[in-house]
Every structure is written in structure tokens, then in C-alpha cells.
Ligand binder design. Structure first.
Ligand SMILES: Cc1cc2nc3c(=O)[nH]c(=O)nc-3n(C[C@H](O)[C@H](O)[C@H](O)COP(=O)(O)O)c2cc1C
Length: 233
């Protein structure tokens, strides 16, 4: 099992030129289901995978992704979106599932009914948005306090979890014999318009998907020295 895992991790590379072979929908959906099992902050799963299948929209998306080689040749293009405003809907779903299972720990219930709304909302006119970080910083002098107060904190939080789902998706695709190219080289304003996203939703990254062509891998893997990436204290 460990060997299989390392084989998938080692063979996943960013591919920038794809064969025209289609990606079967069942493969794509199986991999998206796997991606949805990625860990997420408070298990809120604030992500969405949008397959840009419509040809006119795809042409526009290619332009939005700067017509990079990967996007020009990939048979499938996904937008991986993070919707931080879906916290309430998803929180309610979590509570509903817990209740349908018959029991919920009181601490878990309290967490989802009081702590999560406190993190994700800032009151009328964003009033709490100003005070929450100040109070949080003060409290942190006396006891450990997470910094989950501002809209920026929430934004970072939702992108972090969505990027983990994206990484899981890339590995799942590789395990099925498919390749991908994650892209943050795109115009975020035009992407929002194309996908009809609200102000609280953003594309985390685009993902070109397909089978690698012989020209797809641009160079051997480059890794930083172990001493730069790992230490003990
Ligand atoms: C968030 C993110 C954004 C990226 N954006 C682009 C991009 O716009 N275009 C591109 O060709 N590669 C992009 N890459 C791919 C990286 O360049 C690539 O992962 C890195 O060079 C390491 O290569 P490897 O993935 O083959 O190991 C991106 C990767 C990540 C994680």
C-alpha cells in the first residue's frame, strides 16, 4: 500500500501538453468524490468543482487562463472554486447528519452553533471585523487563541481547504492514469464573471486534466534540499 501511494505521488507531475483522448466521466466523478474526502477546516467543505464543458465557455476559460499550453490541449478543464459564504448551509447539513445519526456531542453542537458563526460573521456593517482581531491579539497574550477573525482569515481558511481538495484530486487522477496541470495563472475577475460567482466566492485554481503527451513534461522534478524543508525543534 505504501509503495502504491509513493508511486502515485512520484508520478504526479504538472503536465503542460495533453493527448486529445477524452477523460471518461466516471473516472472524473470518481476522482472528484475522492477529492471531497480531503480534510477541511471544521469539515465545512466549502469547495465546488466546475467542469467547463460548454465549448463557448471553454474558449472563454482558455483565454482567462492566458491560453497556457496545458489549457489549450487538455480535454477537460475544471475550475476549483471556494465558496466561503456556504458555511451556514454546510454547517446546517453537518448538524442535520449528526442528528439523523441519533446523537451529537454537546461540545460539537456548541462548536457548530456558536463558534462557527462567530468565526464566519462580523455583524452589521462589519463592526466585529474591526474588534475581533484586536481582542483576539490581546487574549493571545494570556492564552493560546486562533486567529480566525477577519474576512482575510476566513478567505485564507477556505482557500487552504480547497487547495487540499485540489491536491487530492490531482493524486486521484494520477492513480487512475490521468494527468493534470494546476493553474493560478488566470484572470480572477473574468473567471468570477464566467462562472457567475458571488463576491464571497473565488476560483482557487483551474485544473487542466487529460493524458500526458510526449511533450507534456517540461523538466525533471526539482526539489529543495531536505534541510530547507524540514527541521526539528
Ligand atoms: C497553486 C498552484 C498554481 C500553479 N499555477 C500554474 C500555472 O498557472 N501554470 C503552470 O504551468 N503551472 C502552474 N503550477 C504548477 C507548478 O509550476 C508545479 O507544480 C511546480 O513547478 C512543480 O512541478 P510538479 O507539479 O511537476 O512537481 C501551479 C501549481 C500550483 C500548486
Amino acid at each position: 500500500m505504501a509503495n502504491l501511494f509513493h508511486e502515485v505521488v512520484d508520478s504526479r507531475r504538472t503536465i503542460r501538453d495533453f493527448l486529445p483522448d477524452p477523460v471518461p466521466i466516471e473516472v472524473l466523478e470518481r476522482c472528484i468524490d475522492a477529492a471531497c474526502k480531503a480534510p477541511s477546516s471544521s469539515n465545512l467543505q466549502l469547495w465546488e468543482f466546475v467542469w467547463i464543458e460548454n465549448q463557448d465557455k471553454r474558449k472563454e476559460a482558455n483565454k482567462i487562463c492566458l491560453n497556457q499550453g496545458a489549457v489549450k490541449t487538455a480535454p477537460v478543464l475544471l475550475a476549483i472554486v471556494t465558496h466561503r459564504s456556504n458555511w451556514r448551509r454546510n454547517r446546517n447539513e453537518i448538524l442535520r447528519i449528526f442528528k439523523s445519526r441519533g446523537s451529537i456531542r454537546p461540545t460539537t453542537h456548541r462548536y457548530y452553533s456558536t463558534v462557527i458563526p462567530f468565526i464566519y460573521t462580523n455583524g452589521p456593517f462589519n463592526l466585529l471585523g474591526f474588534w475581533k482581531p484586536l481582542v483576539g491579539r490581546l487574549i493571545s497574550f494570556f492564552r493560546p487563541t486562533p486567529s480566525l477573525h477577519t474576512q482575510t482569515d476566513v478567505r485564507v481558511m477556505s482557500h487552504k481547504s480547497t487547495a487540499l481538495a485540489a491536491a487530492t484530486l490531482m493524486l486521484a487522477l494520477r492513480a487512475e492514469g490521468y494527468d493534470s496541470c494546476p493553474m493560478e495563472g488566470f484572470d480572477p475577475w473574468r473567471a468570477k464573471k464566467l462562472l457567475n460567482l458571488s463576491s464571497q466566492s473565488e476560483v482557487c485554481m483551474f485544473l487542466a486534466v487529460g493524458k500526458r503527451s510526449p511533450k507534456g513534461l517540461w523538466w525533471e522534478r526539482i526539489l529543495m534540499p531536505r534541510t530547507w524543508t524540514y527541521r526539528k525543534i
